[in-house]
Design a protein around this ligand. Structure first.
Ligand SMILES: C[S@@+](CC[C@H](N)C(=O)[O-])C[C@H]1O[C@@H](n2cnc3c(N)ncnc32)[C@H](O)[C@@H]1O
Length: 188
């Protein structure tokens, strides 16, 4: 008798967490350091390709996001992307207790990447592992090409003091207009 592979497909797992608006219990929020403040840590090993977390927030058009007023810190919780020839934004500026919005930037060797995943004809953003992630490792992805101040070693001190940090203004949000990994969800 052939053994059935019961491992859930990453896209199906993503869909089920999207629909239940919940996070996988094997990830936890943790204080990282003075510069990053909070981040997200794996409490179980994660296989390459596995679904990690949804970047949950309010789905609005990019035009709408430009009409709203955000402070510099809130701006870093906006993620702009393209879907069906339109520009969209996930506004995760409100702290809803979800973990995806707390994952920090790593443009050199991220362990996750962001993908669009379409559920009930709405584009969601989810993090998937690009390599094995060991217990205790921080979940990190590449915020995109903007000149984020923490990427410049000289601006380290400035980033650690958000109230005086005005350098984010020129780079208001994560922008990934070329994200080509789209997972179309067809299962209902
Ligand atoms: C989307 S939030 C991530 C969650 C944030 N760490 C928190 O505690 O709310 C983006 C902010 O995290 C910090 N951050 C993200 N990646 C960082 C990094 N690699 N180094 C230093 N700070 C980082 C910056 O302050 C940035 O404004």
């Amino acid at each position: 008798m052939s053994r059935r592979n019961k491992r859930i497909r990453p896209a199906d797992e993503a869909r089920s967490y999207i629909l239940s608006s919940s996070d996988k219990p094997e990830f936890v929020e943790q204080f990282i350091d003075r510069n990053k403040d909070r981040g997200v840590i794996a409490t179980q090993p994660v296989d390459p390709g596995a679904f990690v977390l949804e970047y949950r927030g309010e789905l609005i058009t990019a035009e709408e996001s430009r009409m709203r007023s955000y402070n510099d810190l809130e701006n870093t919780f906006l993620f702009e992307y393209e879907w069906q020839q339109r520009h969209w934004c996930i506004d995760a500026s409100k702290d809803d207790g979800s973990l995806g919005r707390l994952c920090n930037d790593n443009h050199k060797s991220p362990n996750c990447s962001m993908k669009k995943i379409i559920v009930n004809n709405r584009p969601h953003l989810c993090l998937f592992a690009v390599k094995r992630i060991e217990i205790g490792c921080e979940i990190e992805y590449n915020y995109g090409d903007a000149q984020w101040p923490w990427r410049n070693k000289d601006s380290k001190k400035q980033v650690s003091a958000p109230e005086t940090n005005t350098s984010l203004t020129d780079h208001p949000s994560h922008v990934d207009l070329n994200m080509d990994d789209e997972i179309k969800q067809v299962k209902n």
